[in-house]
Design a protein around this ligand. Structure first.
Ligand SMILES: *[C@@H]1O[C@H](CO)[C@@H](O)[C@H](O)[C@H]1NC(C)=O
Ligand SMILES: *[C@@H]1O[C@H](CO)[C@@H](O)[C@H](O)[C@H]1NC(C)=O
Ligand SMILES: *[C@@H]1O[C@H](CO)[C@@H](O)[C@H](O)[C@H]1NC(C)=O
Ligand SMILES: [Zn+2]
Length: 410
């Protein structure tokens, strides 16, 4: 068929995907900030964290969802890299393993300064956007990483940790995980124990985002009501679309809305469709649902790339975000809503967390009670001597009164 020459551009537009082009235009100004990527775990398990071996070159890395060309094709401009150590390190070498994962993230930034810049605040993210680099932040996945110590929590903050997931898939001595809701684990802390509440307060004071992916529903509710700053679900989807306990139920989504918090949708098939297979369109269904219940300001992307074994058709690796954005545009999300999902919602939450933080406030000091710690191989300096008076003011007062009374009677 002959088509007049002046019709060609029109044909090209209709044949191409105008939503995909629109997605790229938007993402050039507002790239993705993703909530959770497990590349550091891949670097540990594949290369024992040796970045200089040839196969670990992040430009040509294969068999992973993430490498530098894929990040660029995906318009990724910010990433919370997961400093993850599995639950079997709890009460063993969790702290050491966590430090090593933070170290490998820092070394990624050092080795690829053209691509990554390690930042610790929202201003740093915006600057990285300007420079066309990937703002790299540390998210610690699992409260077991602090080994029940506020001192370790504060030290991880100094090393750049800007969110901490309160649990991974195990209880800590102070917070319950999602397996409590399936009945596989027993609840131990009724959400958050008194020490867990001090952890949340200290995170607010420091300016560490509270991440509720992986926790039980009662932990979600306890943290949402206690935190003075909005919170995050760094990689969780909607429970009402797939009844997996890693997902966020609707009543919690309402609390997310009321607190200005954020759910960054996980792409793992098992959380998207509750089946082995899933599609990009089903991920968009989760985004639509969270938007409907919690608002467009409460949605983000937390792909869980390189942390999962099965990903939806169309979202196989980090280069595919523009296709998901095109799908949202096709579903009539506005440009402002899309920019929110991409980056602005996370920036809003992070900035609110920064505003709440106050390093002039006195730090939380009271340690976890000794009976909550498995004695195993750990020492208990500080607990073993000097039973502290100020924990039993009542007892002290009573003995003082007895002495005084005795004096008066003399
Ligand atoms: C990774 O490989 C590229 C070539 O593919 C090379 O230019 C670059 O220097 C290597 N990077 C490192 C850190 O070894
Ligand atoms: C943000 O981090 C940068 C370093 O990346 C630092 O120079 C700057 O002072 C920080 N800004 C604030 C407001 O803390
Ligand atoms: C929460 O819901 C209200 C009312 O639907 C909406 O105006 C607001 O934007 C929502 N908040 C967020 C963070 O999306
Ligand atoms: Zn996870």
């Amino acid at each position: 068929m002959w088509i007049s020459w002046w019709l060609w551009p029109l044909v090209a537009i209709c044949a191409g995907d105008r939503f995909r082009d629109e997605a790229e235009r938007i993402m050039r100004g507002t790239p993705v900030i993703d909530g959770h990527n497990d590349l550091p775990w891949q670097l540990l398990t594949r290369f024992n964290n040796q970045l200089q071996v040839e196969a670990a070159n992040l430009t040509s890395l294969t068999h992973t969802h993430t490498n530098i060309p894929k990040l660029k094709a995906g318009f990724v401009g910010g990433q919370f890299w997961s400093a993850y150590t599995p639950c079997d390190t709890q009460n063993k070498d969790a702290v050491k393993r966590t430090l090593e994962q933070i170290d490998v993230i820092h070394r990624m930034c050092q080795m690829y300064p053209e691509t990554f810049v390690c930042v610790t605040n929202s201003t740093g993210i915006r600057q990285a956007f300007q420079e066309g680099k990937i703002a790299s932040l540390v998210g610690v996945e699992g409260g077991h990483s602090i080994d029940s110590s506020l001192g370790v929590l504060r030290t991880l903050y100094h090393l750049g940790m800007r969110y901490m997931t309160l649990t991974h898939s195990c209880n800590t001595p102070w917070a319950d995980n999602w397996l409590v809701d399936t009945g596989e684990d027993k609840g131990e802390s009724q959400g958050l124990s008194p020490f867990g509440q001090r952890v949340v307060k200290e995170m607010n004071r420091l300016g560490v985002i509270i991440d509720l992916a992986h926790v039980s529903v009662s932990t979600m509710k306890a943290a949402l009501s206690l935190s003075k700053a909005p919170v995050l679900f760094s990689h969780s989807s909607a429970y009402s679309l797939c009844q997996h306990r890693r997902n966020v139920p609707d009543d919690v989504l309402q609390l997310v809305n009321q607190t200005g918090s954020l759910v960054m949708v996980n792409f793992y098939n098992d959380y998207v469709s509750c089946k082995k297979e899933a599609t990009l369109s089903q991920v968009a269904d989760h985004l639509d649902h969270i938007k409907k219940v919690a608002g467009a300001g409460a949605v983000g992307f937390g792909g869980d790339f390189d942390g999962v074994s099965r990903l939806p058709l169309g979202l196989e690796d980090v280069s595919k975000y523009p296709d998901l954005v095109a799908e949202l545009l096709r579903r009539q999300w506005t440009e402002a809503e899309v920019r929110g999902v991409l980056a602005n919602n996370l920036l809003r939450v992070f900035e609110a967390v920064e505003r709440v933080s106050d390093h002039t406030q006195t730090p939380e000091e009271e340690p976890i009670s000794l009976d909550k710690l498995q004695d195993s191989c750990r020492t208990n300096y500080g607990y073993s001597e000097a039973p502290s008076f100020h924990h039993q003011p009542g007892v002290l007062l009573a003995s003082l009164t007895t002495v005084l009374l005795g004096l008066c009677l003399l």
